[in-house]
Design a protein around this ligand. Structure first.
Ligand code: 13P
Ligand code: SF4
Length: 310
């Protein structure tokens, strides 16, 4: 790409020319968030994808998110700037292995976190996100036996909150498992007035220290509405851009990772760049293509979630 090209102007031009909508997750780099038509958590993005009347959806996020948008919009072109933008959590649950796991619990229904492949969705009864997981689980009778996949941390958190004993698949997100309990404790001591807020994909011991736990949208709202001025944030760093934008006078400190060489950036989310976004809109690829039988099977549990989350 010509380095003198104004990528913001070009992307805006292509958006109009192609009747495209750009949906971006909060973990995308700030430039992508700034040019997006809609920024949100996984639930908000799925809802935005379901109701758009644009001809083309450009999904600035990871593969399972763009795939969900395609499942909901078979007749629209759905683009992902980098097709290799995957997800460690989704990868931790291959459909063949999960099918064998599920077969061991024939009287259980399957609730899957949206961070999974279409293959896992097709093996599930209901999908949930971090924003509605409690609500979805609580919509079922207390004695309903449930398998929860693929995130064991979110599953354990919901078990604790609901007093249930859902069977958990042993998956996790690489970004939310790197936080150091010891360093967070020390940071909290140095900032006694700061609220510690965390995403439910974090490990149980980290969540035990949190003043507030929620999805990215819920964390953002919490910081906007709070009278306090300082927050230690245990999730991917991309969300800090929106937090800082919404509350310019407040201070946001990323929760420290275990290893000094590690960082709280999701390597999958950060594969997308403004340049790749421009190229994918220009050439209309990479495109999400799905087998129709798989799409229909994966759509059923998403529809159930959408009905329960209106
Ligand atoms: P939410 O934005 O739905 O909280 O999900 C976080 C996440 O890890 C997405 O990959
Ligand atoms: Fe997957 Fe974690 Fe990255 Fe989200 S932050 S896309 S759950 S690896």
């Amino acid at each position: 790409v010509d380095p003198t090209l104004d990528l913001f102007a070009e992307i805006n031009r292509l958006k109009k020319e192609k009747n495209a909508v750009i949906l971006a997750h909060y973990y995308q780099e700030p430039d992508i968030q700034d040019i997006a038509d809609y920024i949100g958590d996984s639930l908000g993005l799925a809802q935005a994808a379901a109701k758009t009347d644009a001809k083309m959806i450009v999904f600035a996020g990871v593969h399972f998110m763009a795939e969900t948008a395609k499942i909901l919009n078979p007749d629209k072109k759905v683009l992902l700037p980098d097709l290799n933008a995957g997800c460690s959590l989704s990868d931790s649950c291959p459909p063949e292995l999960f099918a064998r796991f599920k077969a061991k619990y024939p009287d259980h229904i399957v609730i899957s976190y949206i961070n999974c492949s279409a293959g896992i969705k097709a093996l599930s009864d209901i999908i949930c996100t971090s924003g509605n997981a409690s609500q979805i689980v609580n919509s079922l009778p207390q004695d309903q036996k449930i398998i929860f996949a693929p995130d064991k941390n979110l599953g354990a958190y919901i078990n604790k909150q609901s007093g249930r004993e859902m069977v958990l698949w042993n998956g996790a997100c690489m970004v939310h498992e790197i936080f150091s309990l010891e360093k967070i404790t020390r940071l909290k001591e140095r900032h006694p007035n700061a609220k510690f807020i965390a995403h439910p994909e974090c490990e149980e011991a980290v969540l035990a220290l949190a003043d507030y736990i929620g999805s990215t949208t819920q964390l953002l709202k919490y910081t906007e509405q709070s009278d306090l001025n300082e927050f230690i944030v245990a999730t991917e760093t991309g969300i800090l851009h929106q937090m800082q934008k919404a509350s310019p006078d407040k201070t946001f400190i990323p929760a420290p990772p275990d290893n000094a060489c590690a960082c709280n950036d999701c390597p999958h989310m950060k594969r997308n760049t403004l340049e790749k976004l421009y190229l994918c809109m220009k050439y209309e690829q990479p495109e999400i293509i799905m087998d129709e039988t798989l799409r229909l099977a994966a759509k059923k549990p998403i529809d159930r979630m959408m009905d329960l989350s209106r």
